[in-house]
Design a protein. Sequence first.
Length: 591
Amino acid sequence: GPEKVFPTILTMADPCSFASPDCCRTRHLYLRCRADFGAQALRGTAAFTARAEREALRCLVLDSRDVQVFKVTVNGQDAKFVFGEKHSYKGTPLEITFPFELRRGQEAVIEISFESSPKSSALQWFTPEQTSGKKHPFLFSQCQVEGRIGGEIPHSWVTFQISVPKELVALMSANRDGEMPDPEDSSRKIYHFSQNVPIPCYLIALVVGALESRKIGPRTLVWAEKELVDKSAYEFAEAEDMLKTAEDLVGPYVWGQYDLLVLPPSFPYGGMENPCLTFVTPTLLAGDRSLSSVIAHEISHSWTGNLVTNKTWEHFWLNEGHTVYLERRIGGRLFGEQFRHFHALGGWRELQNTINTYGDKNPITNLVPDLSDVDPDVAYSSVPYEKGFALLFYLEQLLGGQDIFIGFLKAYVQQFAYKSIVTEDWKKFLYSYFKDKVDILDKVDWNSWFHAPGMPPAKESDLCSFSSGDLKEMSSHQLVEFLALLLLEPPLPVSHVKRMQEVYDFNAIHNSEIRFRWLRLCIKSRWEEAIPLALKMATDQGRMKFTRPLFRDLYNFDKCRDLAVKTFLEHRASMHPVTSMLVGKDLKQDQ
C-alpha cells in the first residue's frame, strides 16, 4: 500500500527491505488521501520531513509495493524517481533523486503523489456482502508484517486526512481531530487525525466502514459494525482495569485514547496493536470475556513494541516476548499468580507445537533468526512470542523474582522509549541494570537462547499436576489446555471423541479457542461427522491461527482432502492475501 513509501533510518542493513540505511531520519509525516471503493484504491499525497544523516545526500531509496507514483517533489521542486525490479516479498525499490544536495543535518520536505493498486497487500477491500451489515463496503489496512513499510522502523509524528463516502466512518491509529463535509464532493466527508506520539510507520493503520461505537471506559470506545457493537462492548469491558494495571507495572500510558475495533471475520490475526486503536478479531467474542488476554497483549504493546520497537524483524522477539511477559503479569495481577503460570504452561505447549511443525533444527526457530532471503510472513510463528517470554520468565526466576524483574522492564521502557533497538542493545542494558549480578548473567547460555534452533536450553516444569475433575467445573482456559494436551497424544479412537461429544457437547461451545482444538481433535481421530464443522470454522473467519491448522488437518485426512481443496478455492477470493497465500502453500495449490 501507499504507506510503504517512507524512508528508513536503520543503522544496519535490513534483509527484509531495499530502503537506504543511515541516509535520513523522518520527523513528521502528513498523509492526505481519498478512499475510492469503486476502484479499490487509495489516492493522495504523502509528505514527510526528512533530515539528512550524511553529507552530500542526493538520493533516497524507499520501499514500495503495488503502488503507482505520479509525482515527487523535494521542497516543492520536481524530483526524478524510478522504480527498480520487483521482488517477491520485499516489493519494489523506489529511488528518488533530489534536485539539490542535502548537507548533514539539513531538512527537506519530500512529497509523493500516489495511488494504491487493488492488489496492494497492505489494504483489504470488502464488498458489502463480506460485512456483517451487508449494506456498505469496508476497508482496513494491515502493515505488519507483510503489508509493512519494509525495514522502516523510525518514530515519526503523523497527521492524517482522509475523504470517504459520508455514510461511512474513518478511523486511524491516532487521536480523532473531527470531521467536515468534503468541499469537493457533497457525497463525502473528510476525517482528520493526529498522532503526536512518534510512531514506527508499520503502526500506521486505517479503517473505513459502517461503524458504530460504545463507551466502555474513561478513555475507551469499542468500534464495530452495529450487528456486533453491543456484544463487543460487553466482551471488552475489562480494558480499563487492564490499562490501569499495565500503568502500575511499567509507567504512564502516553497515547491518550485507547479504542478497540472489531474487524470482519477474515482479519488474519488475533489482534494488532495500532496506537490509540487496537484491531481485534471477532473470534474473541466468546460471550463470557474468556478470551480477553488478547486485549491485555495488545494493551501491553503500548509500551513494548510501540514505544520501544525492534529495529529489524530479526529482532521481533523484543516486541513480542516482552509483550507476552507484560500481558501475563497483567493477568497475574487481575486474576492471581496461578492464572499467570497456567498461561505460561499453555505458551510452552504452543512453542512445542511450533517447534514440532517447523522441525527442531530449523533456523527459523532461532529466537534471533537470520531472515536473509526469507519472507518474514513465512517465518511468522509463536517462537518470538513464547521463546521470548520463556527467556524473560527464566531471567525473572534467576535474578530475584517478579518485583525485581518488573523494575528492569520499567527502566528498559524508559531508557529506549521512542527508539528502535536490536537484541545487543537490550542485553547491554540488562547487564548495566543488574551490574551487581553479572556473575549470574554470565552463566546464561546466551548463544543457545538467541542463535540455536528448537526448544530453549531450559527444563520444562512439571505439566502433569492437573486434577481429573468434571470438565464442567473447569474454566475455559483449562478446557483449552486439556484439549491441547490431548492433541499432543496419538489420535483417540472415533468412539472416544463421539463419547466426549455426547457427554460434554463440545459442538455447542462458541469459544473459538476451545472449538478450534476440539475440531482438530475430531479430524485427527478421523471422525467424518466433524468435517463440515471444521470446514465451516476454517472459512467463517480468517484468523491464520485457526484457519491454517484446520485446513492442514483436513488435507491430511484422505476422505476429505479433495473437499478441503475445493472449499479453499471457493473461499479464496474473500480471504486476506496473506491467509490465501499461506493456506494455498499448505494445500499444495501454490508452490
